[in-house]
Write a protein that binds this ligand. Structure first.
Ligand code: PGA
Length: 253
C-alpha cells in the first residue's frame, strides 16, 4: 500500500548538461518500472533543465532544500513557489549536511515542512542520529525529538504526502551502511512516533526511506524490510547504471 520511493541526492554535483546527460542514460534502464516513484534531486541550477527533460517521463524532480517563505529579502534562497513554478514536485528538508553546515534545526525543519505541504510539494524530511548518540544509546531519543518537532502544529489530515528519510549520520558517505536490523529498528521507532502524534492511519501510510551508503548490492536487503519503503541515495546515485540497479534491486525486494 505504500509506494516505494527511491530518491537521488546529487548534493553539489552535476552541471545542467551533466544532469540531462544522466537522465538520457538512466531513463531507458528504468523505464519499464511502474512500481517505484523515482526522484532526482539535483543542484538548484539543474532543476529547470531536468524538469524540462523529464516531462512525459515517470521520473520526478526535487530540490535539495528551500526557504519556508514565498518571497523576501533572503539573499541566496529559493522559495517553494519558485520550485513549483518550474515543475519540481519534491523537496529534501533538513538533510544532515544542511543541519551540520548551514544551521538548520528541528525548528526550521518544521517551518519548511509546513511550507512544503502548503505548496503541494512532497517533503522528504531527513532525520538520524550521530555516531556518539548511537554509542550512548540515545538513538531513540534523538529520532523521537526530531520527528516530534518536525510535525509540531501540523494537522494530521494534511500529512498524506509526508516522506521521512532515516539517515544515520555515521552512515552518510562513509561506506558504512546500517545493517538491515539497525535500520528496521529505527524505522519502527519513527513510525511509532508518527502514530503517537498523528494517529495509526497516518503512520501506516507514511513512507520512511533509508539513507546512508546505499549501493546496488545492499539495496534489496534494506528495501525488502517491512518498514523500509525505499532509499535516499547520495554517492551511488551519481552514476546512471549504479542508480538504475538500486531502483531495480529495491523493487525486486
Ligand atoms: P550517501 O549519501 O548515499 O553518499 O551515503 C546519502 C545522503 O546523504 O542522502
Amino acid at each position: 500500500m505504500r509506494k516505494p520511493l527511491i530518491a537521488a541526492n546529487w548534493k553539489m554535483y552535476k552541471t545542467p548538461a551533466e544532469s540531462t546527460a544522466f537522465l538520457t542514460s538512466f531513463y531507458p534502464l528504468v523505464k519499464s518500472n511502474q512500481t517505484t516513484e523515482i526522484v532526482l534531486c539535483p543542484p538548484m541550477t539543474s532543476l529547470q533543465a531536468l524538469t524540462d527533460a523529464a516531462r512525459g517521463k515517470s521520473v520526478f524532480i526535487g530540490a535539495q532544500t528551500m526557504h519556508w517563505l514565498n518571497e523576501g529579502a533572503y539573499t541566496g534562497e529559493t522559495s517553494p513557489s519558485m520550485l513549483t513554478a518550474i515543475g519540481a514536485t519534491h523537496v529534501l528538508v533538513g538533510h544532515s549536511e544542511r543541519r551540520q553546515y548551514f544551521n538548520e534545526t528541528d525548528t526550521t525543519v518544521n517551518l519548511k515542512l509546513k511550507s512544503a505541504l502548503a505548496h503541494g510539494l512532497t517533503p522528504i524530511v531527513c532525520v538520524g542520529e550521530h555516531l556518539n548518540e548511537r554509542e550512548t544509546n540515545l538513538t531513540a531519543d534523538v529520532l523521537n525529538l526530531q520527528v516530534s518537532v518536525a510535525l509540531e502544529g501540523i494537522d494530521p489530515a494534511t500529512l498524506g504526502p509526508l516522506v521521512i528519510a532515516y539517515e544515520p549520520v555515521w552512515a552518510i558517505g562513509t561506506g558504512r551502511t546500517a545493517t538491515p536490523e539497525i535500520a528496521e529498528a529505527a524505522h519502527k521507532i519513527i513510525r511509532a512516533k508518527i502514530a503517537a502524534i498523528a494517529g495509526a492511519e497516518v503512520a501506516a501510510a507514511t513512507r520512511i526511506l533509508y539513507g546512508g551508503s546505499v549501493k546496488p548490492d545492499n539495496a534489496s536487503a534494506l528495501c525488502g524490510l517491512e518498514d523500509i519503503d525505499g532509499a535516499l541515495v547520495g554517492g551511488a546515485s551519481l552514476d546512471p547504471v549504479s542508480f538504475s540497479q538500486i531502483v531495480i534491486n529495491a523493487t525486486k525486494a
